[in-house]
Design a protein around this ligand. Structure first.
Ligand SMILES: [Zn+2]
Length: 593
């Protein structure tokens, strides 16, 4: 079947930047905010009844939704072409309006602060407000970090340049042009295309792909700009800790927004770090299978074993995803089909298009998925991954807007679960040789999404801790620190052909720029998904229970929600049992070697 492969944004949003409706919607943002403020500014902090707070929630969520629509459109447009200056300009204008809007809405946080903890908790326990319970609990937790109105105003205005640092990162990295010598011919490629050669069967091409990225990212200009952007972001994070009186450890802000206890996150990190030798064990077998013992390089980590180099067309890949969903659950299948038929998946890489892949969703709206499909088995997994997110966004529509989004640590559940379902299907379709190849790729992915993410976070924690205690770090310091963490992960199995001072790997990870410490959510999500997946397979968790977990969106703390299904995320055994699943796969891989 031939599927549409581009977003139809004009159907869902506006016909273009010239559409009078977008101009009107943007012009309407501040009046919306003013109306809301007129209605609530002088009375919100005096609210005592559930009826009052329900009105407030209702008006607040409708306003928030309507004012965000133009920015969703512009964000999607800029994803399709990061170099479109007209879009960038509009985004800048709208950012200015949002800053103004959030200044006018500061009374809300101040109002919560005046209402204070006891009243908020009373509401949280009121059955009439049960649909908002978790938002009330989060609010009661967060009010102690809110400063006075005038102070918040200053911070708001001063935060605009930080937004610039983030978009500067996207614009810069989106503008890089990569070249690779392939068959004695110099080719111009996007970063995504270059990366896909990291899984190429020919070692020289892998090496060339690695150096193609390094030529750009290791250039002094790139290093200076990305290094300074990164440390600015870290410094801003550090100032927040000081100004808002957060406990003095660098990850607390993230843990609060993640609704994760500090001790749980520390346990996740240390349990995975303890298991690093498992990764090294896998790499050693792999080096042996590839006849690369003692010369196994960074660019060999993602190498295929050499037997299968299967290519998929997008249509084949999507059919495979659909057949997996069909076997699993009717709703998963239906929504996957709708997503593609209703033109909400943008499939192929293009010059200027944002790299990687993402799914985007929000209350009252359909999900959107962006891919950079290059035809590899990995890209097929990415389809299932992102569609998992899209379906999660759809199932969470059950929740009210303030508790619609799940914490990031739960946000990767549906995506990884769908990837695992796809994995089972692949296993049943292929020959033993292909299965060995598949297992190699699958393990590569698992180690990336659990172990490497933990390594990223450990690196970030070091950088943030040093900067927070007053050290100044140059890009060379960052490079050396990065190498240290890589060494710990690889344990001497991998050799490098560039020195530690040129080790710019950190600068290629968008997450550490955009969402500090986000990456632990991937590690947590993966281990959690192993647990849920096993439970569904062995029948101790029904598909309906699993869907209920997804439907719960952000309406419950992860720890409470999961404990209702017999999972205790505060116990080391939880992490160890997830890691044992990985070990089983490594043992299987060893046997096949
Ligand atoms: Zn994801």
């Amino acid at each position: 079947m031939v599927y549409p492969n581009k977003w139809n944004l004009s159907h869902y949003f506006y016909t273009g930047l010239e559409d009078p409706k977008i101009t009107m919607d943007i012009a309407n943002i501040l009046p919306l905010v003013d109306n809301f403020a007129k209605k609530y500014e002088h009375i919100f902090h005096t609210f005592t009844t559930t009826t009052q707070i329900l009105w407030f929630y209702n008006d607040y969520t409708i306003m928030s939704h309507d004012m965000a629509t133009p920015s969703y459109y512009l964000f999607y447009r800029s994803s399709l072409d990061t170099q479109d200056l007209a879009v960038t300009k509009r985004m800048g204008e709208i950012d200015y309006i949002y800053t103004e809007a959030s200044n006018r809405l500061l009374f809300v946080a101040q109002g919560w602060k005046k209402i204070w903890y006891n009243q908020i908790i009373t509401w949280a326990n009121d059955p009439a407000l049960s649909r908002y319970k978790n938002d009330l609990i989060s609010t009661s937790d967060s009010i102690r970090y809110i400063l006075l109105e005038a102070e918040e105003k200053v911070l708001n205005l001063k935060s605009r340049p930080l937004g610039l640092a983030n978009s500067l990162h996207d614009e810069l990295t989106g503008s890089y042009e990569f070249t690779m010598m392939i068959n004695d011919e110099e080719k111009k490629l996007t970063e995504e295309e270059v990366r896909s050669y990291r899984q190429h069967i020919d070692r020289n091409i892998r090496k060339e792909s690695y150096h193609s990225l390094r030529r750009i990212y290791n250039s002094k200009q790139t290093q200076i700009s990305l290094g300074n952007i990164y440390t600015s972001i870290v410094k801003d994070w550090s100032s927040e800790i000081t100004m808002r009186w957060y406990p003095d450890t660098v990850m607390v802000q993230r843990n609060i927004s993640e609704e994760m206890d500090d001790a749980v996150v520390d346990m996740l990190l240390s349990e995975v770090e303890k298991a690093y030798p498992l990764y090294q064990r896998y790499l050693k077998i792999k080096a042996k299978m590839l006849w690369l013992e003692n010369i196994f390089a960074v660019y060999d980590v993602g190498a295929p074993l050499g037997i299968v180099d299967k290519d998929f067309t997008f249509d084949e890949a999507y059919d495979l995803h659909l057949s997996v969903m069909k076997d699993f659950d009717a709703e998963f299948y239906d929504y996957s089909l709708k997503m593609i038929q209703e033109e909400r998946i943008d499939v192929f890489p293009r010059a200027g298009k944002r790299g990687w892949a993402y799914a985007s969703y929000r209350k009252w709206e359909e999900s959107f998925v962006l891919l950079n499909f290059t035809g590899k088995l990995r890209d097929v997994s990415t389809i299932s991954h992102e569609l998992g997110h899209a379906i999660h966004g759809y199932l969470s529509q059950w929740q009210e807007a303030p508790v619609y989004d799940s914490a990031l640590s739960m946000a990767e559940t549906a995506s990884i679960f769908s990837e695992m379902l796809l994995g089972e299907k692949v296993k049943s379709l292929v020959t033993p040789e292909e299965y060995r190849e598949y297992l190699n790729e699958r393990l590569g992915d698992i180690f990336s999404t659990i172990f490497r993410q933990v390594q990223y976070v450990a690196f970030e924690r070091d950088v943030h801790t040093q900067i927070h205690s007053g050290s100044e770090l140059t890009y060379k310091d960052l490079n050396i620190l990065w190498r240290l963490h890589q060494d710990k992960l690889y344990g001497g199995v991998v050799v490098y052909d560039i020195d530690a001072e040129s080790e710019s790997g950190w600068s290629m990870i968008p997450h550490i720029f955009h969402t500090p410490f986000y990456c632990y959510a991937y590690a947590f999500g993966n281990l959690l998904t192993f647990a849920l997946y096993n439970k569904v397979q062995e029948g101790s968790l029904s598909v309906e229970d699993y869907k209920d977990i997804l439907r719960s969106g952000g309406s419950e703390r992860p720890r409470d929600l999961l404990s209702r299904y017999g999972i205790d995320i505060a116990s080391p055994e939880f992490y160890q049992s997830g890691l044992r699943e990985v070990e089983k796969m490594v043992e299987e891989f060893e046997k096949l070697a």
